[in-house]
Design a binder for this molecule. Structure first.
Ligand SMILES: Nc1nc2c(ncn2[C@@H]2O[C@H](COP(=O)(O)OP(=O)(O)O)[C@@H](O)[C@H]2O)c(=O)[nH]1
Ligand SMILES: [Mg+2]
Length: 417
């Protein structure tokens, strides 16, 4: 089983146990230069003198020699968030006063590292949004899985196959929001359900209403962003993650699956999962996963995490493990059973209990660790820096420049993307 524990967010957490595994909104995408934001920083212009003018060295005025600041001792009430003890650098090392651009040695504690604690406090106050969409035929266990992931009834589950509720004639989009709090951190979770998807006799183009919804959320965000009097914090309804449920047929992807992922993988982060994997034998599961991966590759479909957005070699190696393990074969349940004296979430079968969180039984915990514990922030960043940015650039280009869009009466306006 692949081990994702070395991925970025987990490493951050290891270095700073008090840091929540959540977005730090003020620093996510607009301010921080992350590799995901490379696109945005590429066009940065530098002063002409830096590149074109030949500088006469004799004209350079030596930097004013400033008195060394009195370095206060590290205040006793400030505890560095890292467990690594603070070691002041020896005086005079590290190119002091040379402005060399190298990391300069500090003569005493400044308190830069408290930024993590400050960000943590802000995040605790403001909370953050996370929007997840579930797509797949009725009865594949979408609602059950989302409830299992968030350990609560965040998505309405159908009561079984013989439910009274009629399958809608077209794809509907229904979203439900909940605020979940853990360790003092509030997350506004919105689950966007798509009942009716793949349930018709003719499922041609049933990805369209979903694509339209996703783009509408980008449009909403864009309108808020370009408003002259814009909100301090723009409500984020953009879909950060789309869980696509593949039917556990054991054969191959259906035309519908391919069509959906082909059209949507460019606009949203898709994470494909094999639904109800307890209905497949171990061999069937392994073979099916391999076949799905091959088919996705053959169709040129790039699911999340996309290779082209790996930041560095470390990121690549972590993400390669995830890509090799995809699509996760999951099992969802809200029932607990007693196994070896412990209460565990599981599904009872004639052969015993399939334990949802046991990675020898299914890949639910791999999916959860990847989606929530290591990549949640990245899902939000890729949504903002890549998918939304692509939409925004195209939309503003089509609009002939960055004109403020009046918010009045435009809510129903459809995007032409
Ligand atoms: N065997 C099996 N059944 C499941 C699993 N997840 C959900 N179910 C059952 O499948 C039925 C439909 O589940 P639901 O979550 O409402 O499916 P949805 O229509 O895709 O949202 C329910 O009876 C669930 O108990 C699973 O992983 N394995
Ligand atoms: Mg459902």
């Amino acid at each position: 089983m692949p081990n994702f524990s070395s991925s970025r967010a987990l490493r951050m957490r290891a270095a700073s146990p008090s840091l929540p595994l959540v977005s730090l909104p003020t620093f996510t995408s607009r301010d921080c230069k992350t590799a995901r934001g490379r696109k945005r920083t590429k066009n940065k212009t530098y002063p002409a003198t830096a590149t074109k003018t030949r500088i006469d060295m004799s004209e350079i005025v030596p930097p004013e020699v400033r008195p060394k600041p009195a370095v206060p001792a590290k205040p006793s009430h400030v505890v560095p968030p890292s467990s690594v003890p603070f070691v002041p650098s020896p005086q005079g090392t590290g190119g002091e006063g040379q402005g060399s651009g190298r990391g300069s040695a500090l003569l005493g504690y400044i308190g830069i590292d408290t930024i993590i604690e400050q960000m943590r406090k802000k995040t605790m106050k403001t909370g953050f949004d996370f929007n997840i969409m579930v797509v797949g035929q009725s009865g594949l266990g979408k609602s059950t899985l989302v409830n299992t992931l968030f350990k609560s009834q965040v998505s309405r589950r159908s009561t079984g196959w013989s439910r009274d509720e009629k399958i809608p004639k077209t794809v509907e989009i229904k979203s439900v929001s909940h605020v979940i709090e853990e360790g003092g951190v509030k997350m506004k979770l919105t689950v966007v359900d798509t009942p009716g998807f793949g349930d018709q006799i003719n499922n041609e183009n049933c990805w369209e209403p979903i694509s339209k919804y996703i783009n509408e959320q980008y449009e909403k965000f864009l309108k808020e962003e370009v408003n002259i009097a814009r909100k301090k914090r723009i409500p984020d309804t953009r879909v950060h993650c789309c869980l696509y449920f593949i039917s556990p047929t054991g054969h191959s992807l259906r035309q519908l699956d391919v069509e959906f992922m082909k059209h949507l993988s460019r606009v949203v982060n898709i994470i494909p999962v094999i639904a109800k994997s307890d209905t497949l034998t171990l061999d069937e599961k392994i073979e099916f996963k391999q076949r799905v991966r091959k088919e996705l590759e053959a169709c040129g479909i790039e699911c999340y995490p996309q290779k082209e957005f790996d930041e560095d070699m470390e990121d690549k190696s972590d993400n390669d493990k995830i890509r090799e393990a995809m699509p996760f074969a999951v099992v969802g349940s809200d029932k607990e059973y007693q196994v070896n004296g412990k209460r565990v979430l599981g599904r009872k079968t004639p052969w015993g209990v399939v334990e949802v969180e046991n990675s020898n039984h299914c890949e639910f915990s791999l999916l959860r660790d990847f989606m929530i514990r290591s990549h949640l922030q990245d899902l939000k960043e890729v949504t903002h820096n890549i998918h939304y940015e692509t939409y925004r650039a195209k939309r503003l280009n089509d609009n002939g420049g960055l004109h403020p869009i009046s918010s009045s009466g435009q809510d129903t306006q459809e995007s032409n993307l």
